[in-house]
Design a protein around this ligand. Structure first.
Ligand code: UD1
Ligand code: CA
Length: 454
């Protein structure tokens, strides 16, 4: 049976104390609402509709290009009123699945259970047993255990507040019936709102069976209202993603200290030390080791490569059997070929480091093409910027650049050339020869150090 998903996301999220609309706050690098959209999409629904309100334009802009029907709720008159905005023109035979934009960890398998019940004509409510149910709507059951109604905390009697079975807010229901019940809602309650939850009582009155589907865990239905809950969700997700990596054979040294803000794909026998942050799409080959305190974004890392601690790697390709760091910064557009090495305090930008080449210490390489088996000495700098434009440096295979060399681009160093330490190279250096630029060393005979007051 076709499913239409309605995601409620019009709330302001006051308790976030932020200018950013609540559903745009990032969780594992993606907006809260994106997590809900991803779970909803896994069900292959006919349509996804989002009810937005606060910061509406900003919310829509963040999901541009995704197949979403947007419905504006200008005044927040309650969850029932929110659903009403998105009901027009849903075929009566559909199942409607109602999700919350701020309940991001819900799993597709759970949603499928709800939809399956609704496809059989029932109303399905996702419930959870909560150690501390404060603030939630409570599930009221009859003597034989049948669900009778949901009562909101603010409307509940002291006895009802003892109930620990709560409404998570997520509901699936046949569309035709839902439309009728929503039309009958009245704001006769403590908050003067149109409660979606009153649909349950109306269903029972009409003799339609209501089923409670229990969530896998409290975690799955965690609602995000403030930064503390956001951090709690981040922690749960971090554990979940680390669990998936470990199940696939990755050694995650401390599953509480890895951040995956995007997509991380690992080969066999990968080791990830604590406090590594992954962003965007990162692919890691077999046998790679990633050292502690490292940040990696949109990067491919070849098999057998070792990334030592304290590195920043962004938008690059690192070949197999390379070594990077400690304390290396690989900026966008860098490509390291097999067996290349970047050592400590080395920054590389938009450059190719050829096979087996070494740039080991205290060096800046920008806009350069370095051939194979090149050795770049400590403290070398490509002077790639003349204050107006960037220029390229080309270094041929097997060249040896002495320490403390400045290569003033555009400049070319021939294959097998040797550049003497301390040179400032401004013209092409021929292949196979020693080129150096150095003023003559002087010793002044009889020179005396000045003496104070002398
Ligand atoms: C709701 C449920 C409660 C449940 C709880 C779970 C009702 C009446 N109560 O309570 O039983 O235990 O969720 O978290 O449904 N929203 C709109 N427009 C509105 C009001 C809300 O879009 O006019 C959206 C919010 O952005 C949010 C969701 O609906 O994503 C829930 O709203 P919220 O105010 O947090 O619901 P509660 O009153 O906490
Ligand atoms: Ca010099």
């Amino acid at each position: 049976m076709p499913t239409t998903v309605i995601i409620l996301a019009a709330g302001q999220g006051k308790r976030m104390r932020s200018d950013l609309p609540k559903v745009l706050h990032p969780l594992a690098g993606r907006p809260l609402l994106q997590h809900v959209l991803t779970s909803a999409t896994a069900l292959k629904p006919r349509e996804i509709r989002v009810v937005h309100g606060h910061g509406g334009g900003q919310v829509q802009a963040a999901f541009l290009g995704q197949p979403i029907g947007w419905f504006h709720q200008s005044v927040q008159k309650g969850t029932g009123h929110a659903v009403q905005q998105a009901l027009p023109k849903i075929p009566a035979g559909d199942v409607v699945l109602i999700l919350y934009g701020d309940v991001p960890l819900v799993q597709p398998a759970t949603l499928r259970k709800l939809v399956a019940k609704a496809a059989r004509g029932q109303v399905a409510v996702l419930t959870a047993g909560m150690a501390n149910p404060t603030g939630y709507g409570r599930i009221l059951r009859g003597e034989r255990g049948a669900v009778l109604a949901i009562v909101e905390e603010k409307d509940a009697s002291p006895g009802q507040r003892q109930i620990r079975e709560v409404n998570t807010g997520l509901i699936a229901c046949p569309a035709g019936r839902l439309a009728k019940w929503i039309g009958r809602l009245k704001p006769n309650n403590a908050q003067k709102e149109y409660y979606l939850t009153d649909v349950i009582g109306l269903a029972v009155r009409d003799g339609v069976p209501v089923t409670a589907v229990a969530a896998e865990s409290e975690d799955e239905v965690l609602g995000i209202n403030d930064k503390a809950q956001l951090a709690a969700a981040e922690k749960i997700l971090r554990r979940r993603l680390a669990g998936q990596l470990m199940a696939a054979g990755v050694t995650v040294v401390d599953p509480d200290r890895i951040d995956i803000r995007g997509e991380l794909v690992c080969g066999r026998d990968v080791v990830i030390e604590p406090d590594v942050i992954f962003e965007g799409v990162v692919h890691v080959g077999d046998g790679v080791r990633i050292g502690a305190f490292t940040w990696i974004r949109n990067t491919l890392i070849g098999a057998g490569t070792v990334v030592h601690p304290h590195c920043l790697l962004e938008d690059g390709v690192i070949g197999p059997n390379c070594e990077v760091g400690p304390y290396a910064r690989v900026r966008p557009g860098t490509e390291m070929a097999e067996g290349a090495r970047l050592g400590n305090f080395v920054e590389v930008k938009k450059s190719v480091i050829g096979r087996g080449s070494k740039v080991n210490h205290l060096t800046y390489i920008g806009d350069a093409t370095i051939g194979e088996k090149v050795n770049v000495g400590a403290g070398t700098i490509t002077c790639n910027y003349d204050g107006a434009s960037k220029h390229r440096t080309v270094i041929g295979d097997g060249a040896f650049i002495g320490s403390g060399v400045e290569l003033v681009a555009p400049v070319e160093i021939g294959a097998g050339a040797t550049i003497g330490a301390g040179s400032t190279i401004t013209r092409p250096a021929p292949p196979g020869q020693l080129t150096l630029e150095r003023s003559k060393q002087l010793t002044i005979p009889g020179w005396k150090r000045p003496v104070k007051g002398g």
